[in-house]
Every structure is written in C-alpha cells, then in structure tokens.
Design a protein around this ligand. Structure first.
Ligand SMILES: Nc1ncnc2c1ncn2[C@@H]1O[C@H](COP(=O)(O)OP(=O)(O)OP(=O)(O)O)[C@@H](O)[C@H]1O
Length: 247
C-alpha cells in the first residue's frame, strides 16, 4: 500500500498534508499520534472511503479500484453490526464478496470458532458485549480473506481480556500473511504487535520505520514528546511507592 503526496482538506484546514507512506506487504504497521493528528482520516483515505484532494493511493502498484477495495477490510473502533444474528452478519459479508454454498458455510463455521461465538451464532449481534462485538467484527472481516486489514483503534474501549483476544486474532491474521494497519494509542500494544510504526503529527507523517527504532529512539520531536508523555501516563497509572512516601 503506497500513498503518494496525499492531501485532504476540510473546513478550510489541511488535515492530511502530503503523506508519503509505503506499507510493506505482509507486515503489521501501527499508526500512532495524538488525538486529532489525522490517523482515522489517513486510514479512510487508504481504504478509499474518502477521496484525497491531491495525491494517490496504490495497492500492489495499481490504483485503488473497486476490485482492490474488495480485497481489503476495515474494522472500526465501534463495530458496525447489522440488526441481524451473529451468523447473519458473517454471512452477509461473505455474500457481498461472492462466497456461496459449501465454501461460505465453511468460512462461517471457521469464523464463529475463531471468535468463540459458536454458542451465540443465532443471537442478535447487537446484544453482544463490546468485546464480543469486536471479536465478531474482526472475524467477519477476516472470513472474507482480505489481503489488507485496517483496524481503527480496535481495542480502545475493551478490558484487558478482550484486548488480549483481539490481539490474538490480529496476530493470527498476520501469521496467515494478511497485511495489517492498526491505529493504536497503546504503546504496549504497538510493542506487542507492530513491526513498523508510522507516526502522524498535525496531518504530516513525521516518522516511519521499524517499531523498536521508532518507539525507543524517535527521531522527530513530535514523536519523542508524544511517546514521553505516554510513558509518563503509563507510569502514573502504575505508581510505585518510593521510600519516604508518606501515605
Ligand atoms: N469531515 C471533516 N471536516 C472537518 N474536519 C474534520 C473532518 N474529519 C476530520 N476532521 C478533523 O480532522 C482532524 C483529524 O481527525 P482524525 O479523526 O483523523 O484524527 P485522529 O488522529 O484519528 O484522532 P483520534 O485519536 O482522536 O481518533 C481532527 O481535528 C478532526 O476534527
């Protein structure tokens, strides 16, 4: 996935400013940056949900047409569920991509098993918990066999166990050769999952490279400041009592 000189303006502001990014096939890339940096917009541009004012998106050296988009999938922070059963949600996604008969049934069964949702297959998707809905959203996306999977803060509102389950599904996808691009604010998650990290600041790509290098030795001042702030926050959430601290 390549973006060349990507620009997106809205409300009289330049929100994405000349982003040049090469997502390497088969890799897992985390997109990071402060609130409002433009991460969601960039993902939407890369998936063709919105049209850039200038620049282009290419996948495997070709423009992003409908056929290319059908080989991609996107999962949003708040899963989009049809008002139908768990199984019907998976079935619909498969039908849109032309899967029928025994092949569709095989993929449905596999998706339900992967998400540990077999017992809830006939339940309305909208009554599932947040964690269950997100598992469903991820396996529904994977059932279609995408080459490229976009995830926009997939674990932002989930507890540790649900986060772990989603990360396991993402890792599985990665092992199967799916190229993954995930927005996350969670440094721990980026360290656990990402091979590459792209850092956005005010609509500009200020940093892109191997995760360990970007997270441990960021070159841009913006990434350094953000990561330092995050570390401080993480430390704050797990305070250690030092000698002499009065209760
Ligand atoms: N259609 C639009 N019109 C005007 N402004 C927009 C539009 N879409 C997004 N924005 C603005 O663009 C900026 C980037 O938004 P975006 O959602 O991409 O940020 P983000 O990095 O994903 O933030 P967060 O971490 O909070 O989700 C924000 O300031 C947002 O208010």
């Amino acid at each position: 996935m390549e973006t060349r000189g990507l620009v997106f303006d809205a409300g009289g502001k330049r929100l994405i400013d000349g982003v040049e990014l090469s997502i390497r096939p088969g890799r897992l890339t985390a997109v990071m940056g402060a609130n409002g940096a433009g991460k969601s917009l960039l993902l939407r541009l890369m998936h063709g949900l919105i049209t850039p004012g200038a620049g282009a998106v290419q996948w495997r050296g070709r423009p992003l047409d409908r056929a290319a988009r059908l080989k991609q999938a996107m999962v949003f922070q708040r899963p989009v569920m049809l008002r139908r059963s768990v199984l019907a949600n998976i079935r619909f996604a498969l039908a849109v991509r032309g899967f029928t008969g025994a092949e569709r049934a095989r993929r449905e069964a596999e998706a339900l098993e992967r998400a540990h949702l077999g017992a809830l297959a006939r339940s309305p998707a909208r009554v599932l918990s947040g964690g269950e809905q997100q598992r469903l959203a991820v396996v529904r996306a994977l059932a279609c066999g995408p080459e490229l999977l976009f995830l926009d803060e997939p674990t932002a509102s989930l507890d540790p166990a649900s986060t772990h389950a989603i990360e396991a599904l993402i890792r599985e996808a990665r092992t199967e050769g799916v190229t993954v691009v995930v927005i996350t604010h969670d440094l721990g998650q980026a360290r656990r999952l990402a091979e590459d990290v792209a850092f956005l600041h005010e609509g500009r790509l200020t940093e892109f490279g191997p995760a360990a290098r970007v997270l441990d030795a960021p070159r841009s001042a913006a990434a350094r400041a953000w990561i330092d702030g995050r570390l401080y926050l993480e430390h704050d959430n797990h305070p250690t009592t030092s000698k002499g601290d009065a209760p």
